[in-house]
Design a protein around this ligand. Sequence first.
Ligand SMILES: NC(=O)c1ccc[n+]([C@@H]2O[C@H](COP(=O)([O-])OP(=O)(O)OC[C@H]3O[C@@H](n4cnc5c(N)ncnc54)[C@H](O)[C@@H]3O)[C@@H](O)[C@H]2O)c1
Length: 446
Amino acid sequence: MNTTIKPKTARGRLGVLIVGLNGAVSTTFLAGTIAVRKGIAEPVGSLTQLASIRLGKRSDNKFPKIKDFVPLTDLNDLVFGGWDIRDEDCYKSALYAGVLSEKHIESVKDELSKLKPMKAVFDQKYVTRLHGDWVKKADSKFGFMNLIREDIRKFKAEQEVDRIVMIWCASTEIFISPNGVHKDIKTFETAMRESHSDISPSMLYAYAALAEGVPFINGAPNLSVDSPALVQFARMRKVPVAGKDFKTGQTLLKTVIAPMLKAKMLGLRGWFSSNILGNRDGEVLDDPDSFKTKEQSKLSVLDVILQPNLYPNLYGSYHHMVRINYYPPRGDDKEGWDNIDIFGWMGYPMQLKINFLCKDSILAAPLVLDLILFMDLAQRKNMYGIQDWLSFFFKSPMHLEKATPEHDLFIQHMKLKNTLRKMMGEKPISHLDETETVKEFEAVFQ
Ligand SMILES: NC(=O)c1ccc[n+]([C@@H]2O[C@H](COP(=O)([O-])OP(=O)(O)OC[C@H]3O[C@@H](n4cnc5c(N)ncnc54)[C@H](O)[C@@H]3O)[C@@H](O)[C@H]2O)c1
């Protein structure tokens, strides 16, 4: 990163194109952001709106808000749009999602009622539990992708936005492992023209975004932009990409507890995670092929954090199981149980039990906001390809083929803040260069 050139200022308006505009996460994000703009709600959970960042030594006492330190787009300059397979406005969808109270939804009714989705690119083969009638028609997958490009251009012109960010908040597609079709951009383009079955709608949205120079974020666990072909395309087009799968509930806790176990050299015999969830996301994940996509995303974190190859006696043979059960009475109020079997001094067994009663979309909404603002910032700083400094927000952070992903929440947090410091030409914080301590340390050892 060139640290002498700061990000360009956020001039004009930023278009936010959401795939899955009418879903629970999207409408909770939209209602909340509009309510914050009106000064009737607090953006709790959002780093860009609330967090501060330390600059220099602790004794310098400089802790500006992130939003005052880096040139982020103001919430009043966001313009929303997107696609869904349901022909209804976001007011009706927010009521249907059942996440927010009627009082909150009514307070932003005018704005939500005006938000209607464009027709989606959808194929039931990839999300078997849903049917869509608000969908586009084309002769090939390449044709579908071109229709998305046209939508992007039309939105930009009609809404008079200066820049756009696209985010996938749509349903989880079935599991597709990257293969020859996704190996490079040439084969990928041929596969789109041949309507190959390993090209899913989320890949078409991602390609269209990149082709239009629009940063793309994947909030779901499906492959989407996370393939060598599309990462190569992002680099060619000089556009940032980030994903995948918002880190909100159980995995968020996992990436806090597991580093603690490792830091304390406590052993792990097993980790059983179970959830009940009753929203539409839960219904989609009830399909084994969509669940497989989610399961892969949730399972990957422990091994990377615990490094069983380095600590075979502590972490060489633990059992890790993840269950998601669709249970309609709960709606968006997900309940997760974790049973963690650990062992300590001389191998004596102990247990940890965590019962997290959360609201799925309430946890996800601030991540959507932060990711949109940070990706726009990255583009204005001319940063492109995989934005792994945003791994803080994801269960399965995208990473270069040769690198292992970082899952530890606090390392991710430090990486995010140090990247912001570097972007603005400030020194990253290493916790070693606290002058007093270092001076004392050096004096002792001279
Ligand atoms: N809520 C969380 O904490 C959380 C965490 C991690 C990931 N996610 C992921 O975020 C996504 C959204 O979650 P949600 O609870 O809002 O789900 P949801 O079912 O309420 O919303 C998804 C929306 O996507 C639409 N859709 C499906 N396929 C589409 C397509 N091809 N084009 C356009 N629209 C399409 C659906 O009609 C629906 O309105 C899911 O993939 C979920 O797994 C959510």
